[in-house]
Design a protein around this ligand. Sequence first.
Ligand SMILES: *[C@@H]1O[C@H](CO)[C@@H](O)[C@H](O)[C@H]1NC(C)=O
Ligand SMILES: *[C@@H]1O[C@H](CO)[C@@H](O)[C@H](O)[C@H]1NC(C)=O
Ligand SMILES: *[C@@H]1O[C@H](CO)[C@@H](O)[C@H](O)[C@H]1NC(C)=O
Ligand SMILES: *[C@@H]1O[C@H](CO)[C@@H](O)[C@H](O)[C@H]1NC(C)=O
Ligand SMILES: *[C@@H]1O[C@H](CO)[C@@H](O)[C@H](O)[C@H]1NC(C)=O
Ligand SMILES: *[C@@H]1O[C@H](CO)[C@@H](O)[C@H](O)[C@H]1NC(C)=O
Ligand SMILES: *[C@@H]1O[C@H](CO)[C@@H](O)[C@H](O)[C@H]1NC(C)=O
Ligand SMILES: CC(=O)N[C@H]1CO[C@H](CO)[C@@H](O)[C@@H]1O
Length: 717
Amino acid sequence: MLPLVDILLNVHLFNVDAVDILSTSKSVVNQESVVSLMHAVNSTLRIVDLQDTLFRKDILWDLFQGGLNCQLLKLRSTEIQKLNMIGSFMQLHTLNLDFCSSLTSLEKDCFTCMPKLMRLSMCGTRIADLWTTREALSRLHSLTELRFQNCICCKDTGPCLASSNGADSPASVGKLFINQDSLNDSENRVSNHFEGILSSDPSFVATSGRADFQLEVSFGDLHVDGRDECPEYINLKLRDTSVVSKMHLTCHPSPICYEKHYREYLIASLPHLRVLDNFPVKKLDREMANTVFSQYYEYLPYKRRQKENVASVLHMRETGRGNAYHNKSSRIKEAVSCRKSPHFYSRSLCAAKLGSSASPSLHTMSNISNNIKEGSESLRPRQFEYHPTNPSLMAFGTLDGEVVVVNHDAGNIFSYIPLFGVTNSILGLCWLNKNPSKLLAGSDNGSLRLYDINDTLQKAKGSCSSSSPVVFDKFEHLTSLHVNSTDDQFLTSGYSKKVAIYDICSGKRLHLFSDMHQEPINVAKFAHHSPNLLVTSSFDRDVKLWDLRQTPNQPCYTTSSSRGNVMVCFSPDDLYLLVSSVDNEVKQLLSVDGRLQTDFGIASTGSTHNYTRSYYMNGRDYVISGSSDESIVRICCAQTGRRLRDYYLEDRTWESPILVQSLRSDPFRHFHMAVLASYVRPSSKRDIIKVNLLETGQYGDEDSKREDFSSSYVHGG
Ligand SMILES: *[C@@H]1O[C@H](CO)[C@@H](O)[C@H](O)[C@H]1NC(C)=O
Ligand SMILES: *[C@@H]1O[C@H](CO)[C@@H](O)[C@H](O)[C@H]1NC(C)=O
Ligand SMILES: *[C@@H]1O[C@H](CO)[C@@H](O)[C@H](O)[C@H]1NC(C)=O
Ligand SMILES: *[C@@H]1O[C@H](CO)[C@@H](O)[C@H](O)[C@H]1NC(C)=O
Ligand SMILES: *[C@@H]1O[C@H](CO)[C@@H](O)[C@H](O)[C@H]1NC(C)=O
Ligand SMILES: *[C@@H]1O[C@H](CO)[C@@H](O)[C@H](O)[C@H]1NC(C)=O
Ligand SMILES: *[C@@H]1O[C@H](CO)[C@@H](O)[C@H](O)[C@H]1NC(C)=O
Ligand SMILES: CC(=O)N[C@H]1CO[C@H](CO)[C@@H](O)[C@@H]1O
């Protein structure tokens, strides 16, 4: 290689127009010499194809930092975790990142150094998130061809020829999902998830769009491509007709392709796109995509149409005028009617800030609580609640029966109540409303105590107090407790069909209602303003509203979900109920009669053992939702149900997902929340992660800190 590099150092002396570098060997080559070669011919480089060459990370890093003059760069199957191509890639118009299987997300600015990029291929990666992907890709103003999955007959990103001039004049207009149920298992050997573009005659397509009619399905020839076998197409035949259509199959999808409305979302977000996944984007596709987008997604919160500047919103607030709206009369009307709302400016500010941040800033709480226990033990949070009046305080209970109050702003412990019993999880926590130094805690073996966090502080200093904690009669299999609006009484429910009501002052159990439901009642809640109203949600699929002034065995009404209910809560003004059922069934009901108001239409995963929890955010404007076997927090507009964002949580150090055990919105700060996180690796690690959606995150900083602790979490199952 070296003599060759020496000669090519003088490449400008020869009459060479362009040099292509192809490196397909897996091992033998000396990687440094390939880099020297690129360096030597940099000025005349055209194609650099490093296909399947396992380049060392440090070498790739150097190349990415420095840049290359080439027009086409293939990094297929390279171990890239983060696309940090910040060097000069001014000539690059085609980038292939297929099978870079460590690539999970795109940073906001990762493409800014390649302004001429027109074609981008990312099949077989682990990219999953529509929102961050949109943010990154929208910076590529020349991008016309994009793919996250390929049509089997296409090597490059261009439109699939078979689809555009096939014999049966196919018009690729529709999109068809065929799920496992509709296919005979013995034939369904390639994948259980097919998605494709229908290429068939238009009359067939006009009635389709959904695969909810009966089809006969058979596979076309299998092609062997690299690692997978993919059939090129499926023949579809409508029952009772002779119409046969071929459905072209796409292969090597990245997870993003399974997101609901994936194709429409990307087409609507990238106005210059001409080909997506080898299928042309036609005018009709674009119109459909825009319709779908505006029905299911909102780009900016609070129906704001365009990104506004924070300073101009502040200016508007100061002058009381809608500066930004001066020009168009329709806008003035809109602005005037909106500004009647007392929240107009704070919402505009949120919209202006949220608009620009794709991934939020995260802060873990483990560093706060890390030093409190001796040795390598760490706290393992199992339940938490924000303080109702002090914005800095938050209480959490642990798997080991401790109750901890932290100042999450200052990053220190306010109060630590060591051991509740021995090793029982704290599942119920509730602050009193009128007397907010008092905290009610319940563990899963049924013990219930009322603590005064001011008292325990004194206790820690040495002066023992007899009044705290107050101990109540036990409630077996407790999973939830809630205090009524007037602090007189509280309510417990659990892994049983019973609900109990306790008097806070006397510590006595006043009522024990049995058989309120057919199955355990995971969560029961009082209304925020009506002290006698309560709602129960049960794994028997029912939600029941009760008025304690009426006969206790007769609910005001019962509504049913299609799966077991994990939880329910009232909106802050009690107008609505938010019901979360197993596997992402999330609905908002009118509290008055249980009528369905909003169905959030979150896709289910098919797992029956996973628990979805949802809470209100920003008063009752938004809803946040997460599930125990997914590492996503979803944010939806409570009124329209439209999705604002999904946020993925991942531990970058271990490259492992963070599962959402529970979550709460910050009652004092808009678009702030905290997530009760359960780590997949190390398996026993738990934490509370504060999320600020209005601030763009520096994930990296947290990573380096986390690395230091990780060893101390490796214990137990
Ligand atoms: C290639 O040239 C660009 C500038 O045109 C430079 O930024 C880059 O570092 C060079 N790359 C190599 C490997 O020499
Ligand atoms: C699936 O195919 C096998 C073999 O072709 C057949 O025996 C079986 O009945 C089919 N099952 C269904 C549900 O159609
Ligand atoms: C109003 O319109 C003028 C020209 O039509 C434009 O220069 C100006 O930037 C617009 N102002 C705002 C606030 O949009
Ligand atoms: C914990 O982390 C937060 C934010 O990362 C920081 O502000 C705080 O000072 C840290 N606390 C401790 C005790 O290190
Ligand atoms: C709960 O368990 C702890 C220790 O296991 C015990 O001290 C306490 O009495 C138990 N409470 C009830 C109500 O059983
Ligand atoms: C604790 O007590 C002090 C006065 O002794 C009071 O000012 C403070 O608000 C109390 N803390 C809470 C959280 O109620
Ligand atoms: C608190 O709730 C209980 C039970 O629902 C109710 O009887 C009581 O009246 C409520 N408190 C007040 C002050 O209304
Ligand atoms: C909390 C919980 O039940 N998690 C379960 C979610 O589902 C997966 C399998 O789909 C189980 O392994 C988890 O235990």
